[in-house]
Unconditional design. Structure first.
Length: 235
C-alpha cells in the first residue's frame, strides 16, 4: 500500500506490533511515543501540538492514509478514595489523547487526493473490553475507554463526507507491557480465563485486525471486540 501511517504509542506493545505490520505492508510509518527509541518521534498525546506535528511529519514522507491511536495508560482505583490526579490523567491520555490523534490525522487526511471510491484515509482508535465489562477498580480506565468507543460513530458520520473512516478495536487481555510486570502464574491464570483461545492475545493479532480494517472499506463507525469471547467478571 502506498502512503504513510502514524501510530501513537508506537514504541511498545500493540503500537509497536501495528507499526511493524503497516511497514511490512509498504507504508512509511511514523511512531509517536513518550518513550525513547530508534525511529520514535517523541511526543505526548495530551498535547494537540505534538499530534499535529507528528501528522505533518508523517505526511511529509507520503500522503497520510492510516492513523492508529494506541497510546494509553492503565489506572487502578475504587470510587471511594480514588486519586483525583490519576483519574484526570487517565482520561487525558486515553480519551483526550485519542481525540487529539483523530483530529490531527483527519486534518491532514482531508487534503489527500481521494481514491476511486472517494476515500482519503482510515483512523483506528483503541478502546477496551473494559468499556463494556469494567471491573471493580477500573472506574477511570473504563470511563476513558468507554469514551473512545462513544466517539467512533459520531466521528465516522462527521468525516464521511470527507472520505475518512473511523473504527475502534476493543482488545481483551493482551500480552503487553501493562501485564508484563505480573508474575508468570498470574499471567497464565489471566490467559486461561479467555474462553478460546485460552491464552493472552498477541500484539500481532491486534495488528492483523488493524490491517483488515484498513483493507475493508465497509468497516466504519464500529467498535470491534478482540477478546476470544471473554466477558470480564466484576473482580
Amino acid at each position: 500500500m502506498d502512503g504513510s501511517a502514524l501510530v501513537t504509542g508506537g514504541a511498545s506493545g500493540l503500537g509497536a506490533a501495528t507499526a511493524a505490520r503497516l511497514a511490512a505492508e509498504g507504508l512509511q510509518v511514523t511512531r509517536l511515543d513518550r518513550a525513547p527509541g530508534d525511529g520514535i518521534v517523541h511526543g505526548d498525546v495530551t498535547q494537540p501540538g505534538d499530534l499535529a506535528a507528528a501528522a505533518e511529519a508523517a505526511a511529509a514522507t507520503a500522503p497520510l492514509r492510516v492513523c492508529v491511536a494506541c497510546a494509553g495508560v492503565g489506572t487502578v482505583g475504587r470510587v471511594l478514595g480514588h486519586d483525583d490526579d490519576a483519574f484526570t490523567r487517565t482520561i487525558a491520555v486515553n480519551l483526550v489523547g485519542s481525540f487529539n490523534a483523530l483530529r490531527a490525522a483527519a486534518t491532514v487526511m482531508a487534503a489527500n487526493e481521494p481514491d476511486a471510491e472517494g476515500q482519503r484515509g482510515v483512523i483506528v482508535l483503541t478502546s477496551s473490553i473494559a468499556a463494556f465489562d469494567g471491573q471493580i477498580g477500573q472506574i477511570a480506565y473504563s470511563a476513558s475507554k468507554g469514551g473512545v468507543a462513544g466517539m467512533v460513530l459520531p466521528a465516522a458520520r462527521d468525516l464521511a463526507r470527507t472520505g475518512i473512516r473511523v473504527v475502534a478495536i476493543a482488545p481483551g487481555l493482551f500480552d503487553t507491557p501493562l501485564l508484563a510486570g505480573l508474575p508468570e502464574p498470574a499471567r497464565v491464570a489471566l490467559g486461561e480465563a479467555v474462553p478460546n483461545p485460552p491464552r493472552l492475545g498477541r500484539p500481532e493479532e491486534f495488528a492483523n485486525l488493524v490491517w483488515a480494517i484498513v483493507g475493508n472499506p465497509m468497516l466504519n463507525g464500529e467498535t470491534i471486540r478482540l477478546d476470544g469471547a471473554l466477558r470480564m467478571a466484576p473482580r
